[in-house]
Design a protein around this ligand. Sequence first.
Ligand code: GLA
Length: 397
Amino acid sequence: METTTNNTIASAIAGKFRTIFNAEPLVVRSPGRVNLIGEHTDYNDGFVLPAAINKAIYVAAAVSNNDRCHFVAADMNEEYKTDVNNLQKIEGHWSVYINSVIDQLQKAGYTIGGFNCVIGGDIPTGAGMSSSAAVECAVLFALNELFALGLDKMAMVKMAQQAENKYVGVQCGIMDQFASMFGKKDHVIKLDCRSLEYEYKPFDMKGIRIVLFDTNIKHSLASSEYNTRRLQCEAGVAMVQQQYPEVKKLRDVTLAMLDEIVLPRDEKVYLRCSFIVEEIQRLQDACIDLELHDMVSFGEKMFATHKGLSELYDVSCKELDFMVDFVKNEPAVLGARMMGGGFGGCSINLVKEEAIEALSGRIEAAYKVAFGIEMKVYIATIENGTSIVGAEKMQVA
Ligand code: GLA
């Protein structure tokens, strides 16, 4: 039986902290996420349906009593030192995800002193499970405790998203940070990305597991194309607004408006926007499936989402399409689609439990033949969001 906290990792991170800094740390766990349906809808004020999972980032941290910071990335055996008031950004370096939240806190007027931390975990990077959001949430949650900043979880989610937008430079929506922070065991979260109202929905897992097939590749255009998609959505909204000034985001747009206004002007923008408008509706329909416990119908919508992401939104790639095509006619697979921003990472699959092993073996072999790459398989369980790891739990390992 898996528990939310991976005691082995939490103990190892805490132990490393004690060895290096000779002090007792606060340990925070912040998980990665899956998203069942509702992709690229968050920054269009739509809905998403994510869940926090059994893979997480752990940060062990304590104040340093001066302005110096010393960060250690346990999995890479690397360290980074800085003055908390004079952050140096190293593009592409892991420290960016820690510095980004310090920067946001300072910009929001919070004063924090120096601190030391050891960070590590088991979320594979580049696999589309939001390891960067998990780092941001874990560090922010820890700093909020260490410096008694009084931020609630929602404030931290918004700040972590800003950290990614403003400091890291990816114009992501709010889904990843929200899911990491607010996850609830055995529930998906239906989040309205406009009002930020959310609802936990039990996810019916009887005999079904969430299986992630990791392509083990991340194409380099992922973040630039992500930002481009955002701009294309905004361009579509700007066109529609000329005739319908009340429209704020694609959430307010109908397919009829797109046909009338966008299609004659820009076909590419039309394709992008029509996917989003359909996807927002598809999520609403999928939530009805959940209520009716109709996982077959839910799964069909996942396949439809993949088709849209691949053909209309154009954020898939041949490796992800392969993963989804391979399972399309498998009776044991209820639904499958690429997950997250795209251009690599994982597909998410709903698979009947008894078939997982055999199916994984077959897809691994076929993927190796097709691309010469070893893929990975993860079984995701739905776990709680960001929290402090209790000292007593860590002793268990
Ligand atoms: C990335 C972003 C999210 C979201 C997804 C696509 O994970 O960080 O905000 O836009 O892509 O749904």
